[in-house]
Design a binder for this molecule. Structure first.
Ligand code: AMP
Length: 189
């Protein structure tokens, strides 16, 4: 059983790799970005609350996001391990997650960080905008904003997990299979 996070900037391949890891390890992948996108599409109350932030590339307020994750982690399918993709994104969310996990009486095993350089990320996001039609990938301001927030809020958050000795870093550059093989190697005990 594994409880893990996957972190990395927009375009680093987190979503693609987390689906693979989820299959390989038999744990559920929970992507906060996917949950927001589904809710926006279905125009739920949560979707209406999140839409403006997601479109602009800003973080959805912590109170909304934390509540949503806390609920999701209590589902039956998360009892045997999980992979959180895109959460936490800042220090406030780290504290919230610490509290949630302690209430569930479980702890994190590993934080997988996918790295990629800025030019590569921008190229990938442009390509994804064409393939998946994600509006936040097609909008240059939103792309810039997401990469800025990663640098200012998410990178310092990763440092906190690094200090706890949980981070394994993997180069996200290359073909999906290649990166997957690197990840599986890095996840070996
Ligand atoms: P992602 O699919 O992870 O790139 O997320 C897409 C968008 O969803 C982000 O730009 C944010 O607007 C929102 N989002 C996803 N995860 C979070 C989070 N942990 N906290 C706040 N906003 C989030």
């Amino acid at each position: 059983m594994t409880r893990m996070l996957i972190v990395g900037p927009a375009g680093s391949g987190k979503g693609t790799q987390s689906k693979r890891i989820s299959e390989d390890l038999g744990i559920v992948a929970i992507s906060t970005g996917d949950i927001f996108r589904v809710n926006i599409k279905e125009a739920t109350e949560l979707g209406r609350e999140a839409q403006g932030y997601v479109d602009a590339g800003d973080l959805v307020p912590d109170s909304v996001t934390n509540r949503m994750v806390e609920d999701r982690l209590t589902w039956e399918d998360a009892k045997n391990g999980f992979l959180l993709d895109g959460y936490p994104r800042n220090r406030t969310q780290v504290s919230a997650l610490d509290e949630m996990l302690s209430r569930l009486d479980v702890s994190l095993d590993v934080v997988l960080e996918l790295t990629a350089d800025r030019e590569e990320l921008i190229q990938r996001l442009k390509k994804r905008a064409e393939i998946e039609g994600r509006e936040d990938d097609a909008d240059e301001d939103a792309i810039r904003r997401r990469l800025e927030i990663f640098a200012s809020e998410t990178a310092p958050m990763i440092a906190e997990y690094d200090a706890r000795g949980l981070v394994r870093r993997v180069d996200g550059l290359g073909a999906v299979d290649e990166v997957n093989a690197r990840i599986m190697e890095a996840l070996k005990p």
